[in-house]
Design a protein around this ligand. Sequence first.
Ligand code: PEP
Ligand code: MG
Length: 887
Amino acid sequence: MTKWVYGFGGGSAEGRSEMRELLGGKGANLAEMSNLGLPVPPGFTITTEVCTAFYDNDRNYPADLNDEVETALKAVENLVGRKFGNVADPLLVSVRSGARASMPGMMDTVLNLGLNDDTVEGLAAVSGDRRFAYDSYRRFIQMYGDVVLGVEHYNFEEILEIHKEDKGYVLDTEMSADDWQEIVEGFKAKVAEELGRPFPQDPREQLWGAIGAVFGSWMNARANTYRRLHNIPASWGTAVNVQAMVFGNMGNECATGVCFSRNPSTGENRFYGEYLINAQGEDVVAGIRTPAPLTKIEREESGSDLLSMEEAMPAVFADLVAVRDKLESHYRDMQDMEFTVESNRLYMLQTRSGKRTAKAALRIAVEMCDDGVISRDDALMRVDPAQLDQMLHPTLDPDAEKQVIGMGLPASPGAASGQIVFSAEVAEDWAHNKGRKVVLVRIETSPEDIAGMHAAEGILTARGGMTSHAAVVARGMGKPCVCGAGAIKIDYRGGTMNAGGVMLKEGDVITIDGGTGEVMLGEVATLKPDLSGDFSQLMEWADGVRRLKVRTNAETPEDAETARGFGAEGIGLCRTEHMFFDPARIISMREMILAETEAGRRVALAKLLPYQRQDFIDLFRIMKGLPVTIRLLDPPLHEFLPHGDNEIAEVAKAADVSESIVRRRLLDLAESNPMLGHRGCRLGISYPEIYEMQARAIFEAAIEVSKAGGDQVIPEIMIPLVVGKKELEILKAAIVKVASEVETEQSAKLTYLVGTMIELPRAALRAGDIAEEAEFFSFGTNDLTQTTFGLSRDDASHFLDTYIAKDIFAGDPFVSLDQEGVGELIALAAERGRKTRPDIKLGICGEHGGDPSSIAFCESQGLDYVSCSPYRVPIARLAAAQAALKK
Ligand code: PEP
Ligand code: MG
């Protein structure tokens, strides 16, 4: 019989931390903390399998679930010594969702469940605090009403605001027990009005309502978006945690807080956190009150005028420090913990591996390794390669002029400039449809804003602490974020914000610095990141274990230099067509394309040769003897053609022909499907003189660089878009001929390779033949994905989302390699190629070369190298190391 419910508490548990798939992250760690003897309020976890069964059975629960919940609830009652629903002394519980991976898009928490018109009086009597009891009851109605019954938050806020206004109160603390009781009546009336039925009074009905809401929230739109952005499969399901309540809001000997065993922003090994005296957990996370620092040193450094927990509650603080030490050494990782203090007793409500910035991830991994806590291999596995991207982002130029107009908390590092937008929808619209850079400015963010946060360059909020929603989500996304900038007044309706007396409206540009918390007017200059220290240490370790080489896709000297700085070991793809768009060359290029005879083309090509030779000289010099793969001209020729009358006149003049001839030639060159048309090696077959010129430029450059005392250059000449051996045979012969001509002319000896891209399914299938000619293959997975799927790489985005939402595709196949289909073609081509030529060099140069999961696939196929854009080189180095370790 399947076990659906796992209990914990009283120093033991039925689950363990390894059971996160079944119990979700929260449930598994609550169990682990109980097993470790830490003070965890007792409770139970309803498994993720119940969620799966619920959706498989038309939203019905397994038959025996009810009995298991009753048994588990009884165990909690016995441990706490209170009964659920007992009028005199009620057990109250929290109900929280908890998936395998943390998911802020889902229903999170209902607190104080079990309160009703009768039990609230019991709570008042037992606690001796009527005000507390009614405050708890109104909080419960508010949370339950919002997340379970769907009565929106503002309905309740409005009632509370009006009441306070009538009474002339400013703060909630001025509310008396009677005030809260009145509010409870108002809230209940509002629920009844909205739903047409009263607020549920039966605690069991409340409990099942909350459980149903958690499971229901697994499929809500926000959770779906979050899953899609983070590649979390819908099949995982969420667990539900039901746990006895402890109260952080029962007076000044109570508190609640969130803490990290190390600083999640910098990685510094110093206890870090925030807390609130006399508050419930949600107050911290929701950013309703700005919390106080946990430690004295943090309080001193931040200049906060609120007393730290270390100073206000030294004994409980010492207990918390002990828990921090125990959990960090047990999990051997930085922990993110939630706690509550009830009447000077500490209770742990959650622990998990803390989300951290890339900078913190690197520092924590390197320091834990240096301290002997984890191995070097562990350290390498601890850092998410994709997250390194954050490190590569610019920071503010310290010498740049700036006008600081506001200050908040430095919640997620990096500098970002953009136009102000005040809603997530506008952020998405402007960024995606209008190509604008935006900074999302909100009073506070909520899970509904996820997509807009993703679209923005950075996020600024007026309310909330370092652990508020905005801060946590931004850090996870690697977006610069400043939060809690309380002096900034935002007016959603007017579409304005007032920052230090400066009035700004939607569309105005600001810059935020998520490393300092500064908000600045206009765009402020930035600097390239510093990649020394922990970054270079981890990269060095990665280089020590990886087998795959990492090259870059680059054709400009700037890109080549950047990539070298990031550790590229050569160029895997130099797209020569990009070299012809320069204004000095485009005219000759157009002249060449529009010429109607070979002689005409040769005249134009002769003008291009010196430019092209210099391009290669520059690249060879920068790459200092590292391999450089140069791809001969690939795109359809019409990409270079003139547009509009002026350009046509210009070309006609340069080529000394009439404009009507140019226009006729333009018509000749038009194609219905250019990507499947006259491009790639087909150009070399039709117009051999083009590739001859390019080969000559490569060879002459190689000799010049070698002669000038540089490193010996062994160029790799790559032919694009072949469908079989014959094309390569013809083109290779032409290249070899040019090589021997250049050797004779220059009395020099050349060493070079000729190879091909494998980027069409037929080429993959015929790889055995092709390898008779090709000395290397480079998988062009952009075109190979396009042609294997029959899916245009330029247009697919219009419907890809639908395909992904309907689970037809797991993700965008142009981002992460489709290992089942495209991957099979690669595997087959590699095998056939190696059979013909055992030492054939194999690499990949499509966009997938910088994608960690695709890199793991390349490792599994034993490819020699991956090649990716310069900024992804560090990502690829780490991903290649992780792939080697996993293997
Ligand atoms: C490819 O097709 O994967 C490739 C690298 O070439 P391009 O993107 O230039 O077509
Ligand atoms: Mg291609």
